[in-house]
Ligand binder design. Structure first.
Ligand SMILES: [Zn+2]
Length: 338
């Protein structure tokens, strides 16, 4: 028994054999924000063999209250999260092969990025990327440990553990509103840590070969409400993402978010075909405290947010004025829409 992991190996369900299995595990962490920070730190301390962490953002002051891998100096240096995460995680456990990748995960690169890993930790901040990752993980046959939190509320669900279980796509209409984000209603760090802890606990059970039932678990640390829902019956026969004849729609550019830089205008248009619908009035209510110059009518919601004029149309198109950069526009959309 190695000294470093002795207390983890003493935990009977893991033991020396479990520790060997943890060591043999290669983890893909999708996002290096709050959940990514907490989850990756736990996994690196637990002694996984390899961990890749991907993120498109740089570290900002607004991240520091909950994104535990980062420091004030990282903000001053404007470091990308994936770069600072790699450095900090390597300092925590030099035996783990950590790679930070600064990239916007898209339909074009997700399969290549994820391939070769044994498990995926979901730590993204938006449903678009989460659905993309759901399809990619299912296609590659890699278990996907979904996690999301906002305010004081968090949700976890492990996908790809059992054949007869639903995937994220099956549950899409069952999940709570996805238009609340940390940028609009805030978030407290305890729910981040709780949510990441549940994801990592499920992941450790899986990699050590402990049988368990995948459940949709939710917790609200402010109200104290908790729920654990068996969802086996919610698998949709004919689900385009997880049935026998899966076509993985979110991996095809046709079904995923479309982006276009509008010619001759300093504006990016984002659009979501098919699967995403917007309720304008609840959306306008949810962003009221976050944006300025808010206007809404039956056709659109317009506002100013982070220095950009934003217009969201009922058909699911969003215009982000004041930029020609698609990554900037996607980041703004993720901040407002989740
Ligand atoms: Zn499904």
């Amino acid at each position: 028994m190695s000294e470093r992991y002795s207390r983890q190996e003493l935990f009977a369900p893991i033991g020396e054999e479990g520790q060997r299995r943890i060591r043999a595990t290669s983890v893909f962490v999708l996002g290096a924000g709050a959940l990514g920070s907490s989850g990756a730190e736990m996994l690196v301390r637990a002694g996984v063999g390899r961990l890749s962490i991907v993120d498109r953002d740089i570290i900002e002051w607004t991240n520091l209250h909950r994104q535990q891998l980062y420091t004030e100096q990282d903000v001053v240096e404007q470091l990308p999260k994936a770069v600072a995460a790699e450095k900090r995680l390597t300092a925590i456990n030099g035996d783990v092969n950590v790679t930070g990748i600064v990239i916007d995960v898209t339909t074009q690169n997700v399969l290549d990025l994820m391939d070769g890993h044994d498990v995926v930790l979901d730590a993204t901040d938006n449903i678009e990327t989460r659905l993309l990752a759901n399809d990619a993980a299912l296609k590659l046959g890699i278990p996907f440990f979904m996690g999301a939190c906002v305010g004081s509320y968090g949700l976890t669900f492990p996908i790809g553990i059992k054949e007869d279980q639903p995937c994220l796509h099956c549950l899409l209409e069952t999940l709570p509103s996805q238009t609340l984000t940390c940028d609009t209603v805030g978030v407290i760090s305890p729910i981040v840590v709780t949510t990441a802890a549940r994801q990592v606990a499920d992941m450790l059970k899986y990699v050590t070969g402990t049988p368990f039932e995948p459940k949709l678990e939710s917790a609200d640390l402010w109200t104290g409400d908790r729920a654990s829902i068996g969802v086996a019956s919610m698998k949709k026969s004919g689900c385009p993402s997880c049935s026998e004849n899966a076509v993985y729609p979110f991996l095809s550019a046709r079904e995923s978010m479309k982006t276009a830089v509008l010619c001759g205008r300093d504006t990016v248009q984002l659009s979501w075909p098919g699967s995403r619908k917007f309720e304008l009035i609840p959306f306008a209510d949810s962003i009221q405290g976050t944006v300025s110059k808010l206007i809404h009518n039956p056709h659109l919601v317009a506002c100013e947010y982070n220095g950009h004029r934003i217009v969201l149309f009922r058909d699911g198109r969003m215009l982000v004025h004041g930029t020609k950069d698609i990554v900037t526009a996607k980041k703004i959309a993720a901040g407002l829409l989740g």
